[in-house]
Design a protein around this ligand. Sequence first.
Ligand code: DQA
Length: 145
Amino acid sequence: MSSRPAVLVLNGPNLNRLGIREPEIYGAMTLADLETGLRADFPDLTLRFEQHNSEAGLIDALHAADTVETAGIVLNAAGYTHTSVVLRDAISSISTPVVEVHISNVYARESFRHTSLIAAVCSGVIAGFGVESYRMAVRHFADRP
Ligand code: DQA
């Protein structure tokens, strides 16, 4: 077992299309670029990356990360943020802390994006800083004792 803290960066639907998808909102960086950048920024962490387009995939990943080795989960649940009771229940069912992140400032967008069904069961929320949102969330777990 590695003694380095492990952090899961978990991305939801359509985030596999970063770099192609609405670049005026989400930027030009691909998911692979994001992952490479985070690995370079946090060489002392064991970073794991998963992306799922389905609720089931995200829920299974959350359950699997409920381990003592996992210091935290950085979750961009994408559109499921605004709709998914089952994702909220999955977060509530685990002990590993979860930080909700968004690339865009969801509060400056359509009103349906202003509601998060998961925020209340997460340790914190970071939105609107582009891919820097992920870096801030990973830093939070890296800095924890
Ligand atoms: C998003 C914001 C969501 O409203 C949207 O459905 C996404 C991406 C973001 O990172 O800004 O897919 O989570």
